[in-house]
Design a protein around this ligand. Sequence first.
Ligand code: AQP
Length: 333
Amino acid sequence: MFNNQLVSFSGIQPSGNLTIGNYLGALKNFASYSEKYKCFYCVVDEHAITVRQNPADLRRRTYETLALYLAAGLDPEKNTLYVQSHVHEHAELAWILNCFTMFGELSRMTQFKDKSAKHADNINAGLFTYPVLMAADILLYQTDVVPVGIDQKQHVEICRDIAQRLNQIYPDLFTVPEPVIPVHGQKIMSLAEPTKKMSKSDENVNAVVYILDDRDTIVRKFRRAVTDSDTVVRYAEGKDGINNLINIYSSFTGKNTEEIEREFDGKGYGDFKVAVGEVCADALKPVQDKYYEILSDKPALEAQMKKGAEEASYVARRTLSKVQKKLGFVQVR
Ligand code: AQP
């Protein structure tokens, strides 16, 4: 709660070009919260450096991610939009929470296991304590709901455990947040390996549809999507590729599986793949148009970053100061 209003918080890492997984699992849903909630949406650049980043790319993608937030319909008058590293309280609270988080529980995080396997030459402490920084992001704003894709559910759960642990020692310190996972689009899979999540850092660009891909590229990528030897469009166990395409079509059109199966009754995979590509391209076109317009005005984006950081800092400072006081840190003014 903030000023008697429920709070929504979420973030996206500027660790690559954003995908339709990021869009359908998270970004597309953010705007719907602003009527009912006080919303904080952050570009989490500090999370991104848990994997090596090229500084110029990180800088550019930070602007681009913020521009995509705006292009996806987030009104900066109704939502606090900012960059994580501009609000130093995130890192400060993370340190405190580190001291209340157990090695064993962090060792169980699947993202840590996946990313350590993928980056075996750089299994750094930040990668291990990533969920603690994410807990700090969320708890700083006394967040009630966290809209995320299902891959982040485990991280919201550890955040709840940390909040409850601290609340037991220091009553009423934090609001305990709930993850909100979309029914459709909660886990968009790779087009090349449909048992694997679609990820912005995937090296195979044909496995991933980026929000900013042009129409021809989108249709081509869907046309080449890995499916199976069947020809009937139907959702069934083991048909990971086609299930993923049905899920994507459903997320963009709002149609359920039965409606989709009926719509493509008697048509083959080829027609269906093109149709998925076209609804995806149609849905992304207005976002892309707005994005290029927003990105062309860098000073306006920087002014937005500054305004967002000021708004976020005001709330973050209050929570951090409350935590420091309860823990016994001396506060002099
Ligand atoms: N494939 C996906 N399907 C549905 N939701 C997804 N999200 C990510 N991929 C999918 C959701 O997007 C939000 C932002 O994710 P993130 O940038 O914080 O990190 P991530 O989950 O690690 O995303 P990526 O694309 O896989 O990034 P990299 O490749 O850098 O690790 C989250 O809400 C996430 O659930």
